[in-house]
Design a protein around this ligand. Structure first.
Ligand SMILES: Cc1cc2nc3c(=O)[nH]c(=O)nc-3n(C[C@H](O)[C@H](O)[C@H](O)COP(=O)(O)O)c2cc1C
Ligand SMILES: Nc1ncnc2c1ncn2[C@@H]1O[C@H](COP(=O)(O)OP(=O)(O)OP(=O)(O)O)[C@@H](O)[C@H]1O
Length: 188
């Protein structure tokens, strides 16, 4: 797995997903599996664009579920090939939607996969509809838990804050058992 700063990776074709991915929970895992599957079908690289720290941790001081190191380990176990890590700070968050879209164009994504609520760019002005003006965007139905509630990093943070660690762990999921891509070492 290779790690890049924004702008450092240029590809003739790719399938990508973008997100904070804090925790790399079961919902994220479903999204990553779909993105990876599409990349494999097309025979082109699978790229993940993530942020560190997660925007909600930077902006709202939320509990961070996984450090960058832990997140990268989990992404590696999910079979990530190329991971772009954007340092999320005052400067990064002021990046306009269309500047970010131009940056994505350097990856020549044939497909981008996200959940329906994905937002990006300065003041969160970018969404799936805007992304679709430039790229083919696949939207995955959000994965729900057994009780029918959508799995999210926020929900897991709340469970942890309430001391409901077993349920939080359940929603985070054990990637080793689930992905079947545990053949490699943890080294990044
Ligand atoms: C270039 C860029 C600028 C962003 N600027 C803001 C911002 O001004 N305010 C904000 O709350 N989030 C901002 N974000 C974070 C997004 O709202 C969102 O958290 C991020 O794209 C990850 O998506 P996810 O939360 O669905 O994982 C920005 C994201 C990107 C890529
Ligand atoms: N349960 C889920 N099923 C499928 N995709 C998901 C799920 N949860 C998040 N995603 C998608 O993963 C990408 C990254 O989302 P993000 O990192 O914001 O996760 P989140 O769990 O919604 O976080 P938060 O609760 O902090 O907003 C987005 O495209 C989002 O729609």
């Amino acid at each position: 797995m290779k790690i890049y700063k924004p702008g450092a990776l240029k590809l003739p074709a790719s399938v990508i997903t973008i997100g904070a991915l804090d925790g790399v929970h079961k919902g994220h895992q479903a999204l990553l599996r779909k993105t990876k599957e599409q990349a494999k079908k097309l025979g082109i690289p699978f790229v993940i664009y993530t942020f560190d720290p997660p925007p909600k941790v930077f902006l709202k001081d939320c509990l961070m579920l996984t450090t960058l190191d832990e997140k990268l380990k989990r992404l590696k176990m999910m079979g990530a090939e190329h991971v772009i890590v954007g340092k999320f700070d005052e400067m990064f968050m002021k990046k306009d939607v269309f500047v970010f879209i131009e940056e994505l164009k350097e990856l020549n994504p044939l497909e981008i996969w996200e959940g329906p609520d994905f937002q990006f760019g300065k003041n969160k002005r970018g969404n799936i509809e805007i992304l679709r003006r430039h790229f083919k965007v696949g939207v995955l139905n959000p994965l729900k838990c057994e009780q029918g509630k959508i799995i999210s990093s926020s929900r897991i943070r709340n469970l942890m804050l309430k001391g409901e660690n077993a349920q939080a762990e359940k929603l985070l999921g054990d990637i080793n058992c689930m992905s079947g891509t545990f053949e490699n070492s943890f080294a990044i």
